[in-house]
Design a binder for this molecule. Structure first.
Ligand code: SF4
Length: 381
């Protein structure tokens, strides 16, 4: 199996199909300005820190490097590109002013790594690794995200966890600090290292992803980034492309019905059913109230009559039945398997984890069935 990177693992976990389309089928995602912008700034931070001996480059050298490395792809207009180009200069000027005066040589910059996790190769590039006075290591990852990182972002960041795994294995030194460096505000957002249990969980997660890929499990999973650049190959969106790309259509129409008409009629009927159900309940209540107020058991219309009769729902008191049956050993014959109770038991920390894990391992798909859900499409401008 080929090595996995953090980006690939993360994409697989978000939507296995989009992972397959990009990394196995080789489809190329569209250029995006924010990837270009981020890549250009990453090259510049690398240029600044990757000197053989201090001092680091001057501000003029850094900005001139920036101009030569500017990546133009993905911007929507020349104005947008010019705006971000100026913004990048501003960010780098701030970066240089902060890091030039107390420049220290990092241990590694843009460090490429391969680590082995039980036969699965994990690969990546770490933006920067610093050696601390304490003898431990600090990992820095540059980000061009819009918003500053929260404590929660830092604690859940999978990339930092995987990088800690790699750094500890490569240098055999403890990692003491993890940092997501917010370039737009030149703010380092840091937290302590991951615990051994978190590193174990990350290793396990990498193995699980690798196993799923090896088993060729590539379902489409809708997520916040949908539709992605490969929507025309996705079962959630492909039908929209069928008219324009007939080769994508195996069957553009339902038997005797255009698919689009079937959808609209289905939604219209659903809404009518909802209205009818609500009116039916309203009338039922009117008739019941009338019968109760007038002491009637039947109300007549022109062609129909409705009978209103009080019904009783019989049942058993569980405790009383149990008290009777348990002593004679018959109680197990009337209790049945209750999936809801089982779910509650799985969440119950009072039950041994080993037992709960064993129960979870027994979970399997018992049946599959189609379920239709309706969403309103945004009107195009
Ligand atoms: S559109 Fe969404 S569900 Fe479909 S492949 Fe892309 S990410 Fe996956």
């Amino acid at each position: 199996m080929r090595p996995l990177s953090y980006t690939q693992i993360s994409q697989y976990r978000t939507c296995p199909l989009s992972y397959k389309l990009q990394y196995i089928d080789g489809l190329r995602p569209k250029d995006k300005w924010y990837f270009s912008f981020g890549s250009t700034l990453h090259l510049c931070t690398e240029y600044f820190f990757k000197v053989k001996v201090p001092p680091p480059p001057s501000l003029e050298a850094l900005l001139s490097f920036y101009e030569t490395k500017w990546i133009s792809q993905g911007y929507e207009s020349a104005e947008e590109e010019a705006k971000y180009r100026a913004y990048g200069r501003e960010i780098l000027t701030g970066f240089w002013q902060i890091h030039h005066p107390d420049f220290r040589m990092p241990l590694a910059v843009e460090h490429m790594f391969y680590v082995d996790i039980e036969g699965v190769k994990l690969r990546g590039y770490i933006d920067r690794v610093d050696k601390l006075d304490s003898g431990g290591l600090a990992i820095v990852d540059y980000k061009t995200n819009q918003n500053l990182f929260t404590v929660d972002d830092l604690e859940k960041d999978l990339q930092l966890t995987l990088y800690q795994l790699a750094v500890q294995e490569i240098w055999q030194l403890p990692v003491e600090r993890l940092t997501l460096y917010h370039l737009r505000s030149n703010t380092p957002c840091s937290c302590g290292p991951r615990a051994a249990s978190q590193l174990d969980a990350a290793r396990q997660m990498v193995l699980t992803v690798a196993e799923s890929i090896a088993r060729e499990e590539f379902p489409a999973v809708e997520n916040q980034y949908c539709p992605c650049d490969f929507a025309e190959h996705c079962p959630y969106y492909r039908q929209q492309y069928m008219e324009a790309r007939p080769e994508l259509a195996r069957q553009g129409v339902l038997p005797g019905l255009v698919a689009a008409d079937a959808v609209e009629e289905y939604v219209a009927l659903q809404s009518q059913i909802k209205e009818l159900k609500s009116r039916l309940e309203e009338l039922r209540q009117v008739i019941v109230d009338f019968c109760q107020a007038e002491g009637l058991n039947r109300v007549f219309g022109q062609e129909h009559a409705v009978t209103c009769k009080m019904m009783e729902k019989a049942g058993f008191d569980e405790d009383a039945v149990r008290a009777l049956l348990e002593p004679v050993g018959l109680w197990p014959q009337v209790t049945s398997f209750d999936p809801e109770r089982l779910k509650r038991l799985l969440d119950d920390e009072g039950v041994a984890k080993e037992i709960r894990d064993k129960i979870r391992a027994l979970e399997q798909v018992l049946a599959t069935f189609p379920r239709l859900s309706v969403r309103r499409l945004a009107k195009e401008e």
